[in-house]
Design a binder for this molecule. Structure first.
Ligand code: FPP
Length: 227
């Protein structure tokens, strides 16, 4: 796969961890463990290809409804990642968490904020959507503008005040696991994104399949409403 510079931002909906584990007669948490590994591999591959901004949908505001055992296992995987990120992260990649940090433990919030602060000036971005909802992101942006005293907003106002304002909008959104919907992911930013859906379960996604999607992306004509 050649380096490419057309894609400034690619985003992934990591779906299918539970089914991947079930196929192996293992608990769902087992799938998330492999999902977390895959997340690191896919991020590295995208930076190697020259894509500067990569976003992952790790946990939605609705995912708290899952059984406590599963939620706890996912939180543990995040904790491990927060502890390991400084070592494993590319030196020019900054981490940004998309979503309200309020529901997380104080320890987790501190680690998240520390990582963000430490890496803020780095030119590439790794955005992790965690406790994220696309509608909530827009509502939060509007409330922020109101708190600043604004009474009328432009599209740019919203674009500049959403959590993910540090990145350009995604050129590509990839969803694994067979569902063909966005599930409240990057609502504002996704309007001109090219969408890719695959039946492949997240832990099974390969660099080769990603390369194939990028090849397809390069063959699609993006007109942004023009001709
Ligand atoms: C969707 O698969 C996956 C999730 C809701 C959790 C994703 C979490 C991780 C990959 C682990 C931690 C991530 C980081 C950033 C360290 P699903 O459980 O909905 O699968 P299913 O549709 O087969 O049930």
């Amino acid at each position: 796969m050649e380096m490419q510079n057309e894609i400034k931002h690619i985003a992934f909906i990591m779906d299918g961890n539970g089914r991947w584990a079930k196929k192996r007669m293992m608990p769902r948490e087992y799938g998330h463990t492999f999902g977390a590994k895959k997340f690191k591999e896919v991020a590295s591959h995208c930076y190697e290809l020259g894509i500067p901004n990569v976003t992952f949908y790790a946990f939605s505001t609705e995912n708290w409804k899952r059984p406590a055992q599963e939620v706890n296992a996912i939180m543990k995987l995040f904790m491990n990642y927060l502890d390991d990120a400084k070592k494993s992260l590319d030196k020019d990649v900054g981490i940004v968490f998309l979503g309200s940090k309020a529901p997380f433990s104080a320890e987790m919030r501190e680690k998240m904020e520390f990582l963000e602060d430490e890496t803020r000036t780095r030119p590439k971005k790794l955005c992790i959507a965690i406790n994220y909802g696309g509608r909530a992101e827009i509502v939060d942006a509007v409330n922020k503008l109101i708190a600043e005293g604004k009474t009328e907003f432009t599209e740019d106002d919203i674009t500049n005040n959403i959590y993910s304002g540090v990145c350009p909008p995604p050129d590509m959104i990839v969803r694994t696991g067979g569902e063909m919907r966005l599930s409240n992911f990057l609502m504002w930013q996704s309007v001109y994104a090219e969408l890719f859906f695959t039946d492949t379960l997240w832990p099974d996604l390969t660099d080769k399949e990603i390369d194939g999607m990028i090849e397809q992306f390069n063959n699609r004509k993006r007109r942004f409403g023009g001709v």
